[in-house]
Design a protein. Structure first.
Length: 213
């Protein structure tokens, strides 16, 4: 979490945004989720489902295996890759089984670890690392965005959800969308500052932003 926080801070500096340092922790939520809480002393706590990173790792393994080779010099758009991905899913039926195992494990137990643990061919490792890093940084960036946008300080709160001096905040869909919108550039800037940066995120992430506008 400290590594992801460092990448987040570097992103904030480059975007000219104020840095607020929250506390981080893990708790068993029974859902693949993260949450942000205000503390009575004016500080903030971001907590993650204890198996969230395991879930991200297993999901990214599935995606890495079906994603076609990416050429950063290519002008091919996202639709081209969607077609290629659909073809690879047909060629690799094992990925469907892996995905089903992961979802069923979580739905029936609330955990990701009962799903089969396995190693990918080393040729997939670079992209797997890039993808997992992007997902983890985005999660941290999204939760941090709730703090920066003032959602944590202004929403209705339910007391005593995690511990006595912390409030649980309920966010609207509009606020969740706003946190996504700010979390995305935080992720992109964080990846640019990382040794694991990959050009595919810059291309497709900005395509997403433009499509949302």
């Amino acid at each position: 979490f400290k590594q992801r926080e460092t990448q987040k801070d570097q992103s904030l500096e480059e975007l000219g945004l104020k840095i607020v340092t929250p506390h981080f922790g893990t708790v068993h939520m029974g859902s693949i989720n993260a949450a942000t809480y205000p503390c009575d002393n004016g500080e903030y706590l971001i907590v993650f489902e204890v198996e969230l990173m395991t879930f991200c790792n297993l999901l990214c393994k599935i995606i890495a295996k079906i994603f076609p080779h990416y050429d950063p010099k290519s002008e091919k758009n996202l639709e081209y890759y969607k077609e290629k991905i659909a073809g690879k899913i047909k060629e690799e039926p094992e990925v469907i089984q892996r995905f089903q195992e992961l979802i069923v494990a979580f739905v029936t137990t609330g955990r990701a670890t009962p799903a089969s643990q396995y190693f990918l061919d080393p040729k997939y490792y670079p992209f797997l690392t890039h993808l997992r890093l992007a997902m983890e940084v985005f999660i941290v960036g999204h939760e941090y965005a709730h703090i920066m946008l003032g959602h944590v300080d202004t929403n209705y709160t339910r007391k005593n959800v995690v511990m006595e001096d912390i409030s649980s905040v309920i966010f609207s869909w509009e606020q969740e969308s706003s946190a996504d919108y700010l979390g995305l550039p935080l992720m992109i800037e964080g990846l640019r500052n990382s040794a694991h940066s990959h050009p595919i995120y810059h291309k497709f992430s900005f395509q997403y932003v433009l499509s949302e506008e």
